[in-house]
Design a protein around this ligand. Structure first.
Ligand SMILES: [Mg+2]
Length: 273
């Protein structure tokens, strides 16, 4: 019999949430997630947003949402408690130390990376507490080209990676991403990847859209081509619906499929006795 689903990991922008609709997250999805939680399934929002920015998004969602966990900046893990978010201190501290170390060792290559951003005429380049280089490209084509050039620069030597969501990008340590953070959360919960659902729409979701971390995968109709290909290759759900509507459709499809598998296993097991 299949193991029961125990964890749902959803990206936020473009997956659960869109500013093009009101409410920004469909009420039917909010209700379905609450029902899953009532049945003992944990829900994590796994996003590139910082924690305050995610809280702002949740406050403006227009529907009630109470995720059990937040994975933010594609790397740090927090648990919801009655008094607010509580950090997974050991993981988050290890993550901070690994990034501090790699950035300290990368001064020369960071200068080269900055030259590439200047050559590509990136107007908005800045540093924040998570990355010494963050940038907003002028359009998607430019963003993809910069990503390709920096991947080539970092290949096999620096311990740096590009974390990109459409035109927005930052640097990261290659061991820390949405996938490895989801793996750590699953380890903490004592569950197997077969018990995990992951849903995402952009290239920063690719690391978690993998059977290594989640057996059940969902891409909404607005997902980029790489995400659709990745989810299709692993027999996930390519929803014909966009954003949160697609996640709702995907979740219902997966829950129905799992019930069917389990019912079949139950009949088969009954037939043997
Ligand atoms: Mg997204």
């Amino acid at each position: 019999m299949d193991l029961p689903i125990k964890l749902i990991s959803t990206d936020f922008d473009g997956t659960l949430h869109t500013e093009d609709e009101h409410p920004r997250i469909p009420l039917a999805l909010s209700q379905l997630l609450a029902k899953c939680q009532a049945e003992g399934i944990s829900w994590a929002i796994n996003t590139g947003r910082s924690l305050p920015h995610l809280d702002e998004g949740l406050a403006r969602a227009g529907v009630p949402l109470r995720p059990d966990y937040a994975i933010v900046v594609e790397r740090e893990i927090y648990r919801r408690t009655p008094s607010g978010w509580e950090a997974f201190a050991e993981w988050n501290d290890g993550c901070t130390a690994a990034h501090k170390d790699v950035y300290a060792r990368s001064a020369q290559i960071l200068l080269h990376a900055r030259l590439i951003l200047d050559e590509e005429n990136v107007a908005t380049v800045y540093a924040d507490e998570y990355s010494p280089l963050c940038w907003i490209a002028s359009h998607s084509e430019s963003s993809v080209r910069i990503h390709t050039r920096l991947d080539a620069l970092f290949a096999g030597k620096s311990g740096l990676a590009v974390m990109r969501n459409d035109i927005y990008a930052r640097l990261s340590h290659p061991d820390y991403h949405k996938g490895s953070a989801l793996g750590e959360l699953s380890r903490h919960l004592g569950i197997h990847a077969d018990q995990v659902v992951a849903a995402g729409d952009h290239v920063n979701d690719l690391s978690m859209l993998s059977h290594r971390y989640a057996r059940w995968l969902i891409a909404p109709s607005n997902a980029v081509a790489e995400v659709k290909e990745t989810v299709a290759r692993q027999a996930g759900v390519l929803s014909p619906h966009p954003c949160g509507h697609g996640v709702e459709h995907g979740l219902r499809t997966i829950l129905a499929a799992q019930n069917k598998i389990n019912a079949g296993a139950h009949i088969k097991s009954g037939a043997l006795t």
